[in-house]
Design a protein around this ligand. Structure first.
Ligand SMILES: [Cu+2]
Length: 315
């Protein structure tokens, strides 16, 4: 009689331990594949070409979006037609720089996995030597790790946009100038000079849009190789700033907030609900703003309902 009872107890304990571990079962496995491409891309609204190094042929690379706890299975393909080794450094990963982030020669492929343990917004970039050149030529992107749930302090926004800023060095081969921070002529926002600013560039056709009163969250990533960013919304105030995009880090009522090199933050703006307005999101560092780092956010009742929603966060 005693033995069956014991086995029941053991069985119950096993079931309990499995149940306690249950939340992990909801985490997803997300497969992400990128191909390093050495190719010409347009770096302004006129279509001027530049010999870029890219992930999948675009500056910046695609937005990777996962949820806290997810496992990312990543594959980097470096086609044999390329002349350089490339690599992947996800700032959201806690791994071994010499193993997971190692360089891949042309013709090679590398796979690694990591768990996205900490909610936030992070840069990813190529870390192959000379790293300054691989970033300055365009090998970077954004990975967003969403928290498992939104909260009162970290509410679900009405619209979301990703903005990545980069110092542009027209002499693509001169990595010494990149290291010495000389010779950069422009700031790129999501890969183009004045990408979303028809005020300063008549060739610009895009702006960010929202309806008056909506909460707009800007995931801002500083992909400059040397310069910090002072992000300010002209004619607005950041309702909240979340350094590193973490729900645990909340700053209220900020005019300007700094974003160091290779850092990222989430910036919330809620424009007045009773009138249409335009806001210019700038790196208030004047040498960057007037060289391309200005983005117009139009708040109007007839705002395009698809912009800043779903997959359309990097227009
Ligand atoms: Cu590279």
């Amino acid at each position: 009689m005693k033995l069956p009872r014991l086995s029941l107890l053991v069985g119950a304990a096993l079931a309990a331990s499995i149940l306690i571990g249950a939340p992990l079962a909801s985490a997803k496995t997300v497969k992400v594949t990128m191909t390093a491409m050495e190719t010409d891309v347009a770096i302004d609204n006129k279509g001027s070409k530049y010999p870029a190094w890219t992930f999948d042929g675009a500056i910046p690379g695609k937005v990777v979006r996962v949820t806290e706890g997810d496992l990312i299975e990543f594959t980097l393909i470096n086609p044999k037609e390329n002349k350089n080794s490339h690599s992947m450094d996800f700032h959201a990963a806690e791994v071994d720089v010499l193993k997971e982030f190692a360089e891949v020669k042309p013709g090679g492929t590398k796979k690694f996995t990591f768990k996205a343990k900490r909610a936030g917004v992070y840069m990813y970039h190529c870390g192959a030597s000379v790293m300054v050149q691989h970033i300055a030529r365009g090998m970077y992107g954004t990975i967003i790790v969403d928290p498992k749930e939104y909260t009162k302090d970290f509410p679900k926004p009405d619209r979301e946009y990703v903005l990545m800023q980069q110092q542009f060095f027209p002499d693509a081969e001169n990595y010494k100038a990149m290291l010495e921070n000389t010779g950069w002529t422009n700031s790129l926002i999501n890969g183009k000079v004045f990408h979303y600013d028809p005020v300063h560039d008549p060739n610009a056709t895009k702006v960010l849009m929202a309806k008056p009163g909506e909460r707009v969250r800007i995931f801002f990533v500083n992909a400059n190789v040397n310069m910090p960013v002072a992000l300010h919304p002209i004619a607005g105030i950041w309702d909240r700033v979340f350094p590193n995009g973490s729900p645990k880090n909340v700053l209220y009522d900020m005019q300007t907030a700094g974003v160091p090199v290779a850092a990222a933050s989430a910036f919330d703006i809620v424009s007045p609900a009773d009138r249409p307005t335009n806001v210019a999101i700038v790196d208030h560092t004047m040498s960057a703003a007037l060289r391309g780092a200005i983005t117009v956010l139009m708040n109007r009742p007839d705002a395009d309902p698809t912009l800043g929603k779903g997959d359309n966060i990097l227009p």
